[in-house]
Design a protein around this ligand. Structure first.
Ligand SMILES: [Zn+2]
Length: 490
């Protein structure tokens, strides 16, 4: 899709559709006032009759609007002006785009507000790109169509480029999640990663099963043992800082399909398990964005890719595994496999000299029980680093909430026969005991764990995004690494 700043006047702009932002209060910004004047009060009358509203993401389509050269006008609500931020802009633009993407369109122009900061414009462009990309990858008859071209009023060329990179990154993560498990498995994921890394100047090292044995990745190998698709560990390196700078590591859980193993899931719980690699997809997408934007930072990405299925060689309940770090783990549930994969991946990140770590994982169903389907659970061993991640999430408009890590929770994963066990105490505090397990492998480095179970995959569409993979936390990761200066804040 071509994305450019609009140069002509609003009245003269020839577009298939012109999208105008309408706030939910009387002080309308420039573009809506201007369109209202050009159309001799049309918008005001529609607002008065309540055919147009300013509620975030609410849209109204007007064909052949008077006084404009655009063939159609779409109003989209921006909510209260005081609450308008990057997240709202993202959802509003996404809602408008999703509405328009139901059929093919040539040029769509957006005039949402005046004097928006560059980051907000970029967030809106990202939202629009996400809004017109659907999950119907394998349908002959598509339900949504990307526009040929978008033009943005009040945008700089730089904001357009930033928005495009954000949108393409989120869509990359979504597309990977939406790939079915017969297409996307550890080796094919590795192939895709190798290709996109080569395009953007990121080094991509792939550890195959032989190498994983040599590297003593006993926890991850146990998970993958039952599958005919052998596991892979990907180590991505982006060096954007001019000199030596300690890197930040992004670590992603990449279980390309999770049957639960011998602790098998019911069919209903297994249906969306192609999305259990969303953490790895988010890390790959964020690394690509960082490289494309040339952030002056050193980054490491570690992706643990594995398929968790059943065969005679499946790992068993009661098995004691030795993780790469030497820690022994008693397996009491083979469906708590993500933490086993991450145990070895986090250890690799530590060994590579990460000065701070963020891991992203669809780790626990308990996270959706605690926080719902659309909120990321965040846990840490280092509050200032966590505050940095939470503030990035807030800036981007990605809802995230911190859960406590009291030392007592750590007692729940002590084992009678090994150093630790891979589940806590029944169903209590399952998200936190998962994080406590991971904490054992971060070598005391500043670390944030983002549990994206629930928020990574949406069974149904929302106004601004189709169902399926959501690309959650890609924008937040990009925002964090953009400001990386070699150390976690003190
Ligand atoms: Zn599982």
């Amino acid at each position: 899709m071509r994305i450019t700043p609009a140069v002509e006047d609003l009245a003269e702009h020839e577009a298939d559709t012109l999208v105008i932002g309408i706030p939910d209060d009387p002080a309308w910004p420039g573009p809506s006032r201007r369109v209202d004047a050009l159309s001799r009060g049309l918008l005001g009358r529609l607002f008065e009759s309540r055919d147009v509203a300013g509620k975030v993401g609410e849209t109204t389509l007007v064909l052949e609007p008077p006084g404009l050269r655009a063939k159609a006008l779409l109003t989209v609500g921006l909510g209260k002006q005081a609450a308008l931020d990057r997240g709202v802009a993202n959802r509003a633009a996404g809602s408008a785009a999703r509405q328009l993407a139901r059929r093919r369109r040539g040029r769509v122009a957006f005039a949402l507000g005046d004097d928006w900061p560059e980051d907000r414009v970029a967030g809106a462009i990202c939202g629009a790109m996400v809004g017109c990309a659907g999950q119907d990858l394998f349908r002959a008859e598509k339900k949504s169509f990307s526009f040929d071209e978008m033009t943005w009023f009040g945008a700089t060329a730089e904001a357009c480029e930033q928005g495009r990179i954000l949108g393409e990154s989120v869509n990359l993560a979504r597309r990977l999640v939406n790939q079915p498990p017969n297409v996307l498995f550890p080796d094919s994921f590795a192939d895709i990663a190798r290709t996109v890394c080569a395009e953007h100047g990121i080094e991509c090292e792939v550890w195959d099963d032989r190498r994983l044995e040599q590297e003593r990745c006993g926890a991850m190998l146990a998970v993958g043992r039952a599958s005919t698709q052998p596991p892979r560990m990907l180590i991505l390196r982006y060096r954007g800082a001019p000199g030596e700078m300690p890197p930040v590591a992004l670590v992603g859980k990449g279980v390309t399909f999770d049957s639960g193993g011998l602790s098998i899931k019911p069919s209903d719980g297994m249906k969306t398990m192609k999305g259990d690699m969303a953490g790895a997809a988010a890390v790959l997408a964020a690394m690509c964005a960082a490289a494309r934007r040339g952030f002056p930072a050193h980054l490491i990405g570690v992706l643990g890719l594995v398929e968790n299925v059943i065969s005679g060689s499946a790992y068993k309940l009661g098995d004691v595994l030795t993780a790469r770090s030497g820690t022994t783990i008693e397996v009491l549930n083979t469906d708590a496999e993500g933490r086993l994969v991450l145990a070895d991946a986090l250890n690799v990140a530590v060994e590579l000299g990460a000065a701070a770590i963020i891991d992203v994982a669809t780790l626990t169903g308990a996270c959706s029980v605690a926080l719902g389907q659309h909120v990321v659970g965040v846990m840490t061993n280092h509050q200032p680093w966590c505050d940095r991640v939470l503030s990035a999430a807030r800036e981007c408009g990605e809802p995230a909430w911190q859960l406590p890590m009291f030392p007592d929770y750590g007692e729940l994963i002590r084992s009678q026969v090994a150093d630790i066990k891979n589940v806590g105490d029944g169903r209590y505090a399952g998200t936190i005991t998962g994080a406590k397990f991971l904490e054992e492998f971060v070598g005391g480095r500043p670390w944030v764990h983002a549990d994206i179970a629930g928020s990574a995959f949406s069974e149904s569409a929302r106004a601004w995004i189709d169902g399926g993979g959501t690309g959650v936390f890609v924008r937040t990761l990009i925002e964090v690494v953009r400001n990386w200066s070699g150390a976690a804040p003190a």
